[in-house]
Design a protein around this ligand. Structure first.
Ligand SMILES: Nc1nc2c(ncn2[C@@H]2O[C@H](COP(=O)(O)OP(=O)(O)OP(=O)(O)O)[C@@H](O)[C@H]2O)c(=O)[nH]1
Ligand SMILES: [Mg+2]
Length: 451
């Protein structure tokens, strides 16, 4: 999975939030200008690959509380990538690739990100992309289109999730910031999802999520002290980040500690924490959970899991088949032409790919199906998970007989629905895909019975 987006969109911070640890350098350190791969490993190690085939182990440093990699004197233009191994279960399922922000200001750095995501010759190095943006700029749209071509091509992009990043900043630190961010995200979704350049648009406050996941006891204590202060004093100091750290305001908590809180949680996170503590959140771990819940990180994880995690094999297969098509494109021997035709048919006919494409579009295309029908169809085609019971809306304990009966009922339901004379073409296809998904459950069940 690759994190991409414009300069300072919050990619590295979000990576840290996903992993729950400070492992990716953020801000202006020079190593953020290099494409960096994060994988699970038995021990921490950071290696720069440079020139054609040279490698150098890099030291991990902390400068003024910020993590950075010491490039050991190699100039950045010689480094092709940095590889980080880290012992954490959060990386076990996917490798995460952090890319330098793209901007028109530094064409060379943007070029590296583009080369990874949408190489000239085709064949993206990434199966799935999380694209971060603070607002939708023309450059984001163009890059998304190129990524789409790299990841999924003419058959429709697979696996691009949009994130409205730094969502806490949308409301200028107000308590309803995330609600405002959700509105902005929905508006962006309305613009982006129909064209298929991405499959979801989720507001996430990455800084808050990271601060919350790594919340320390003494930070909780300081927040509790702030929440015990008279409201007019607290609100008076919260008017700006500068006021919040002024030594003469908020005497209950020393200015240094306040500066750390502002750095790690942002003003919105502080305001939210104080509100939560005032309404009865009594300890650091509860506060951490509540803040993570409100940061949008859980929604992003759920989307990653349903769109990518459970379908990692499908996404890889899709990339591989497309790669094969590209390689065979100029071939003229009968054998190559035959393989090419087979690969093209697989791309068009594979039910897994159809499910993914439909999932990306069904919520946004006005196709005449009712809201509850769409919800059922989304679940049936794997929008909430690819397990057979999840697809059929049954409890995990449902018996094979119950699964069998429910699958049969769904096949009939969606075949009948597809035959409705007034349904538009998109809806007919969607219903057929649903029926086919239910047939898949049944076929699997029959195999399992026999095995
Ligand atoms: N308020 C707020 N600030 C954030 C958030 N995420 C990141 N930041 C800040 O934004 C700045 C840039 O964050 P990074 O994570 O380095 O952004 P990036 O996209 O990796 O930046 P480049 O790799 O240099 O393009 C840092 O000062 C972060 O602390 C967020 O969710 N909320
Ligand atoms: Mg970065």
């Amino acid at each position: 999975m690759t994190l991409a987006g414009s300069l300072k969109a919050g990619k590295s911070t979000l990576l840290n939030a996903l992993v729950g640890q400070d492992i990716a350098p953020t801000d202006a350190t020079e190593c953020t200008r290099v494409v960096t791969w994060y994988r699970a490993g038995t021990k921490p190690s950071v290696v720069a690959r440079y020139d054609a085939d040279a490698a150098l182990e890099l030291a991990v440093l902390r400068r003024a509380g910020r993590l950075t990699f010491d490039m050991g004197g190699i100039s950045l233009d010689r480094v092709s990538r940095i590889e980080v191994s880290w012992p954490t279960s959060d990386l076990a399922r996917h490798t995460i690739i952090d890319t330098p922000g793209t901007s028109s200001l530094s064409a060379d750095v943007s070029a590296r990100t583009l080369e990874l995501l949408a190489p000239e010759g085709g064949g993206s190095g990434a199966d799935a992309v999380v694209y971060l943006m603070k607002t939708l700029a023309e450059s984001d749209l163009r890059l998304l289109e190129r990524i789409g071509a790299g990841v999924g091509g003419a058959d429709g992009p697979l696996g691009v999730i949009g994130v409205l990043s730094r969502a806490d900043e949308v409301g200028a630190g107000r308590i309803d910031a995330m609600a405002s961010a959700k509105q902005v995200a929905d508006r962006l979704a309305g613009e982006l999802l129909p064209s298929g350049v991405c499959q979801a648009m989720i507001p996430v406050a990455g800084l808050l999520a990271l601060g919350a996941r790594t919340l320390r006891q003494h930070e909780f204590a300081a927040l509790a002290q702030l929440s015990a202060m008279p409201d007019d004093q607290f609100e008076g100091a919260m008017l700006s980040a500068d006021r919040f750290v002024r030594p003469d305001l908020l005497p209950a908590v020393d200015a240094g500690t306040r500066a750390v809180l502002a750095d790690r949680l942002g003003l919105f996170g502080i305001r939210l924490s104080v509100a939560l503590i005032r309404t009865g959140v009594r300890d650091a771990s509860r506060l951490s959970d509540e803040l993570v819940q409100r940061s949008g990180l859980n929604e992003l994880r759920a989307a990653l899991d349903t769109q990518f995690g459970q379908r990692a094999d499908v996404l890889k297969t899709h990339s591989a088949v497309r790669q094969l098509l590209r390689i065979l494109e100029p071939a003229t021997t009968p054998r190559a032409v035959a393989i090419r035709a087979e690969a093209a048919a697989m791309l068009a006919d594979s039910h897994d790919f159809r499910e993914l494409r439909l999932l990306g579009r069904i919520r946004t295309v006005d196709c005449g199906l009712a809201g509850d029908e769409i919800a059922d169809l989304v679940r049936l085609i794997g929008g909430e998970g690819v397990g057979d019971r999840v697809r059929l809306g049954l409890p995990p304990t449902a018996s094979p007989d119950a699964v069998h009966a429910a699958a049969l009922a769904q096949i009939q339901r969606w075949r009948a629905r597809a035959d409705h004379p007034l349904l538009d073409e998109f809806a007919v296809r969607a219903c057929r895909v649903g029926a086919r998904s239910a047939e898949g459950v049944l076929a699997y069940l029959n195999c399992a019975d026999r095995g």
